[in-house]
Design a protein. Structure first.
Length: 209
């Protein structure tokens, strides 16, 4: 009887998921599994949540960045590319984009001072170059050089392996869930970063002027 009860539950869930499919939408096992994981997630009361759960999440995200930086230093040890930040700038200019400094720094989620240091380093290494901006004579356009493209092409395979190492022992399904959550957080934080509203951020962070 216990086995029958479990099977009946699965049938009920399957029918509920199927009823939510739009006209013409095909059943996909992976999509059903994702839907089911949300459908049966345990109900957690406020008493079950630790007071410092937000702090723990923030710290673990910082740890993940540090692990990525640690692994990337091994990759960049014999490259003209110095750091993961440098790699990010070059990737932003691919395949043949021309962007002003401010746009490159913004798209790389960098602060102005640290972003400018990265750009200066890449210019010295001749991995990027400056050209005149026909739309604004006061600014320059940045673009990746032939040497920069060569460096990037030599690293793609290693960066793919680093990505696999960083995602570690997660299953493919867990990777999809994590990607979805991180994308959601990015969509939340990016407008705050772009606006850089001092009053709003100070209020949220509980800091003075």
């Amino acid at each position: 009887m216990k086995e029958y009860s479990i099977i009946k539950k699965l049938i009920d869930w399957a029918e509920k998921y199927d009823s939510q499919l739009t006209e013409g939408e095909q059943w996909v096992d992976g999509n059903f599994a994702s839907w089911l994981s949300n459908e049966v997630k345990p109900v957690i009361t406020i008493n079950d949540v630790q007071d410092d759960v937000n702090g723990d999440i923030s710290m673990l995200i910082i740890f993940m960045y540090k692990y990525a930086s640690f692994y990337s230093r091994k990759i960049f040890k014999h490259s003209l590319i110095y750091s993961i930040e440098d790699f990010g700038v070059l990737a932003t200019l691919l395949p043949d984009k021309q962007l002003i400094k401010a746009d490159v720094i913004r798209q790389c989620i960098s602060e102005k001072s640290s972003g400018n240091e990265v750009l200066k380093r890449l210019l010295r290494q001749k991995l990027i170059k400056e050209t005149n901006n026909p739309a604004d004579k006061r600014s320059k356009l940045l673009q990746i050089t032939f040497d920069g493209l060569n460096e990037m092409n030599s690293l793609w395979g290693k960066m793919d392996k680093m990505g696999a190492l960083i995602t570690g022992n997660l299953t493919e399904h867990e990777k999809i869930i994590l990607l979805d959550m991180l994308s959601k957080l990015h969509q939340f934080h990016n407008p705050l970063f772009e606006a850089n509203n001092e009053m709003f951020l100070n209020q949220k962070l509980g800091v003075g002027k």
